[in-house]
Design a protein around this ligand. Structure first.
Ligand SMILES: [Zn+2]
Length: 71
């Protein structure tokens, strides 16, 4: 699967990564759309320090459940 990951300010890399495995009891969601907020913009421009690297920007997401525990 593809992911856009920020390694440092202004260094956004689109790359192939392994499909994540959700922890027990969690669901796997395929993102359809993701919003970028002011904090994400600050990470990108370097006005707010990255707390980890690489980071996938965007946390206001819309998606489809791909797998998880039965309801
Ligand atoms: Zn935000």
């Amino acid at each position: 699967m593809l992911a856009a990951r920020l390694y440092e300010p202004w260094k956004l890399v689109v790359e192939d990564i392994e499909r994540p495995e959700p922890p027990h009891g969690w669901a796997l969601i395929r993102s359809v759309a993701v919003g970028i907020c002011g904090t994400d913009k600050a990470f990108f421009t370097g006005t707010y320090p990255l707390f980890k690297s690489p980071i996938v920007l965007g946390h206001e997401a819309v998606g489809v459940v791909e797998g998880g525990p039965a309801a």
